[in-house]
Write a protein that binds this ligand. Structure first.
Ligand SMILES: Cc1cc2nc3c(=O)[nH]c(=O)nc-3n(C[C@H](O)[C@H](O)[C@H](O)COP(=O)(O)OP(=O)(O)OC[C@H]3O[C@@H](n4cnc5c(N)ncnc54)[C@H](O)[C@@H]3O)c2cc1C
Length: 283
């Protein structure tokens, strides 16, 4: 068992990093639990952005600056994946996938969201289990001269096209007919072929029906789903609202709700969560 941080932060994305920096600024020590080998979360996948302050035009540029701030705050970082949170009268205990436990006085949960896979999409039928990479992980240098099958027309597709305006790639994009409203930004791009469908059937080779749709690579771009942990209050969609949690449990970032999933809202909520913990400790 790892003991003793006043604040345990689960997830080292912008929300968790903001919580760590705020905690340090008010003199409480913290431990960040993060499974990946670097902090920054989804920031590393934002190829182009125009809505963050500070002059950063890409996520990696902002992530690099955030990491420097976190390094100055000097939290302990535990490499691992949290699976559950147990809040008691005087402490919280976080269990990791390897069985270790990390305890503290309060916890900020900022695990964010993950891509929806085809088998979880109501408009896709899969004939075999299939886990696809998200479009946000696609390497544009692989795309040159290729045709990609992109399942779903969610927002990352527009970001991908804006970030790579001259990329020579053909994108086949089946999407549910009800999502036509999401296609406004991308519909005029000649590289995109939008294919509204009611139901799509996908086989183990990644070939989709109707139409024998296939590409050199296939990506999921269907949406996201919250990464909630056991022991945290969830709403019917799996998100974890800020209100209604145990008084030692503070939720931050994209995990809070399907609305408002943005870098700056994540940072604001992370900072606020750390302050809530600080005021509760002082009381
Ligand atoms: C492609 C893309 C483009 C985007 N473009 C923009 C944009 O232009 N502008 C904008 O404002 N927003 C944008 N966003 C949204 C923005 O990135 C998110 O709102 C923000 O990163 C949310 O921060 P977060 O800390 O809540 O979650 P995340 O950034 O997702 O970080 C969560 C962290 O928790 C970790 N974690 C997950 N599970 C566990 C676990 N079980 N235990 C411990 N740690 C765990 C993850 O590894 C990750 O490091 C974009 C997102 C994507 C994917």
């Amino acid at each position: 068992m790892k003991l003793g941080a006043e604040l345990v932060i689960i997830g080292g994305g912008p929300a968790g990093c903001a919580a760590a920096v705020m905690a340090a600024s008010v003199g409480i020590n913290c431990t960040i639990i993060e499974p990946r080998d670097r902090l920054g979360g989804a920031l590393w996948h934002i190829a182009a952005t125009d809505n963050v302050l500070g002059g950063h035009r890409t996520g990696p540029s902002l992530a690099t600056a955030v990491l420097a701030d976190v390094a100055r705050a000097a939290p302990q970082v535990v490499r691992g994946k949290a699976t559950s949170v147990e809040a008691r009268d005087r402490s919280v205990s976080v269990t990791l996938a390897n069985g270790e436990r990390v305890t503290g006085q309060h916890v900020v949960v900022a695990t964010g969201v993950k891509p929806v896979q085809p088998h979880d999409a109501p408009w896709i039928t899969t004939t075999a289990p299939l886990t696809l990479p998200p479009l946000t992980d696609a390497d544009p240098t692989d795309a040159v001269g290729q045709t990609w099958l992109v399942l779903g027309a969610d927002r990352p597709l527009g970001t991908f096209l804006r970030a790579n305006p001259d990329l020579d790639v053909a994108l086949l994009v089946p999407h549910p007919s009800s999502d036509v409203y999401k296609t406004e930004e991308i519909a005029r791009d000649p590289r995109v072929t939008l294919i509204p469908v009611d139901v799509l059937t996908l086989d183990a080779e990644g070939i989709a029906q109707p139409g024998d749709l296939c590409g050199d690579q296939t990506f999921t771009n269907i949406g996201v789903t919250p990464i909630a942990l056991d022991g945290i209050v969830r709403d019917p969609d799996g998100y974890c609202p800020v209100a209604g949690q145990h008084s030692r449990v503070h939720i931050a970032g994209d995990l809070r709700s399907a609305c408002g999933q943005r870098v700056q809202t994540a940072m604001g909520s992370g900072a606020e969560a750390a302050l809530d913990a600080y005021y509760a400790m002082r009381r």
